[in-house]
Design a protein around this ligand. Structure first.
Ligand SMILES: *Cc1c(COP(=O)(O)O)cnc(C)c1O
Length: 411
């Protein structure tokens, strides 16, 4: 890319322009891929912190607007720094295209709202992130969308719900905080027979551990706030899918409604992608080690992590994920009192409802993230009074083990 106006680029793609080998591996692409180097030859990607763009002539402005000359016109539509993040994430996901959003919820809402209309059916897994379940269960029905929730782990329930045509299927696997898995291949096949577009919230798996598009999903959404940033700095989200879906269905919705990511946050997330593989590897190793350490300890009724042989869907985890992720759940026999004692005794792990961070973070879903649910809904989703969610960070594992031992001693 050059800084000269006369050769204004037509949304260049970085990898090829930089001479990156076609067969460069994922980690190499996460460091170099999709870079749009400006005429100043900077090493790190530039932050294009601008809202608008200038034209060399009235004719050029006209051509930009009638679509004969594809170029940047306004940062609500496209921006080079945001585009670098989108294109690099698309390379990692193996998606044809990507659009970034200001938060994970803007991505989930955009991916649904851009394709649903009054009268359409939405079939969703019951165990969804709180705000996703509000959109599916409360907001969209007010707009005439008929939502049906199913137990995501029950293929017969999916089969029954998808015996009637549906427009969209929404699911999250592993789920939050119960770490339930959904068989992506099986559900995608059923959904496609019902004519539905499958949207997968892949936050817990991260782009490193599970590839929903390869298992039949049509659209993948992320809260980039979680592992993609992974260092507690900013909010962000992304929607990935085919070029046709992103450019023709999703693009106009985002362009006109404006849930745009800040270029600065896009830059932060772009740098996050450079280290994502390394971080996720350590997150997983620490999470499994901690889960194994906690399993069977006095006062611990159950530890849930997809990589534990005791996980009810261990075989499915082995089949569709290359690692179980950074989050584990602990069910304390002593209920809320035990969970609170454990939390209050921790010195390294912080009490926070965030996850996917370098810092280990723990929370009590029943009284925080999932407080809004009725007692019956909590019971269905396995969110008991003794359940604690632990997002395992990048600290030294010996310190984390010492910390949970402090918590156990306080039971
Ligand atoms: C955090 C999260 C979201 C929402 O993302 P924000 O960036 O907070 O808007 C959606 N789905 C899942 C599974 C999440 O963990």
């Amino acid at each position: 890319m050059t800084a000269s106006r006369s050769s204004s680029p037509v949304f260049p793609t970085g990898g090829a322009a930089l001479g990156l080998p076609e067969d460069a591996a994922a980690q190499t692409r996460m460091v170099h891929g999709a870079t749009l180097r400006s005429g100043f030859d900077e090493t790190a990607e530039a932050v294009f912190m601008n809202s608008g763009y200038v034209y060399g002539s009235a004719e050029e402005a006209e051509a930009a607007f009638d679509g004969t000359h594809a170029r940047y016109v306004y940062s609500r539509f496209r921006n080079p720094t945001i585009q670098m993040f989108e294109d690099r994430l698309a390379l990692l996901e193996g998606a044809e295209a990507c659009r970034a959003t200001a938060s994970g919820m803007a991505a989930v809402f955009g991916a649904l709202a851009c394709q649903l209309q009054a009268g359409d059916r939405l079939v969703a897994a019951r165990a969804l992130f709180g705000s996703c379940s509000w959109i599916a269960g409360e907001l969209l029905p007010k707009w005439g969308v008929v939502t049906e929730f199913v137990d995501g782990t029950d293929l017969t329930a999916w089969e029954q719900a998808l015996a009637t045509p549906a427009r969209v299927v929404l699911l999250e696997t592993p789920s939050n905080p119960g770490l339930e898995l959904i068989d992506l291949e099986a559900v995608c096949a059923l959904a496609h027979k019902a004519g539905a577009v499958v949207v997968v919230d892949n936050v817990f798996a991260t782009p490193m551990l599970q590839h929903p598009l390869q298992l039949g999903a049509d659209v993948v959404v992320y809260s980039a706030t979680k592992h993609i940033d992974g260092q507690g700095r900013c909010l962000g989200g992304a929607i990935l899918g085919t070029k046709a879906f992103i450019e023709e269905v999703c693009g106009p919705f985002l362009r006109h409604t404006g849930p745009t990511l800040s270029p600065f946050n896009a830059w932060t997330l772009l740098k996050g992608l450079e280290t994502l593989a390394l971080r996720v590897e350590r997150h997983c190793a620490n999470a499994v080690a901690l889960a194994r350490h906690l399993e069977g300890k006095p006062g611990v009724a159950r530890v849930l992590h997809p990589d534990l042989e005791s996980h009810p869907q261990y075989a499915l985890a082995q089949k569709q994920m290359s690692g179980g992720g950074s989050v584990l759940a602990i069910d304390f026999a002593g209920g809320k009192d035990a969970a609170f004692r454990f939390l209050n005794a921790l010195r390294v792990v912080k009490i926070s409802n965030n996850l996917g961070d370098a810092k280990s973070l723990a929370c009590h879903p029943a009284t925080t993230t999932h407080q809004r649910l009725t007692a019956e809904e909590k019971a269905i989703q396995g969110i008991g009074p003794g359940l604690l969610r632990l997002s395992v960070g990048l600290e030294d594992i010996a310190d984390l083990i010492a910390d949970v031992d402090r918590g156990l001693a306080a039971l």
